[in-house]
Design a protein around this ligand. Sequence first.
Ligand SMILES: [Zn+2]
Length: 213
Amino acid sequence: MTKFFRTALGGIWLSFLLISSGCTSNQIASKTCSNLHTEICAGKIVAPQASIENIRSGVRVAIDAIYSLRFEKTLNEFYIKNAKSGPHSAAWVGFDAETVANQLRTSIKNVEIVTYGGLWAFVLRFGPAQNIAYDGDGNGPIRLNEWALPRSIPSLGNTVGHEVAHKVGLTHPSSSINRAVANCEPPYVIGALIEKLAQENTLPDLEITCNSL
Ligand SMILES: [Zn+2]
């Protein structure tokens, strides 16, 4: 390919990125309440029109899962059976499922969500970081990468739960070293559990292990 064509193709691709990320108009939802627990609501969501209902549905399944006894029970079972030994165990030191479930329940109430897009978000999404969200550093809104939207509602519930887990202080110290180990650390386990509950809420028993995540 000549240099001219490479430059032209690069220009077309860049234009596509800028156009596709700049044409979306944002919508605001002042709050999103769970279907099962109508008094429990997340806070403001600011997102592109095409994705906002998808995100709201993800928030609803995350609230429903976190507020279920099954969530707390399954998380506790995971901790007892799978979290006390192995390279991921350091991230679980001092963990208590009931305490954490209650912290998550408090934290998801009024949590705010915004999205971010554009060229840099594209690089974050498809580059080595493969970023789909940030927790918003303490009290800031959860930030969802628009290049990972829309997607399945259980998957969005997973992401919301993962980021809320960060907000209550849980971490995955192995994520930059070994993603398979990080999958067994609290934010990934909590997110995966929410996703499974959203997918399989009719199953009588739910057991998760590191291998099933
Ligand atoms: Zn994380």
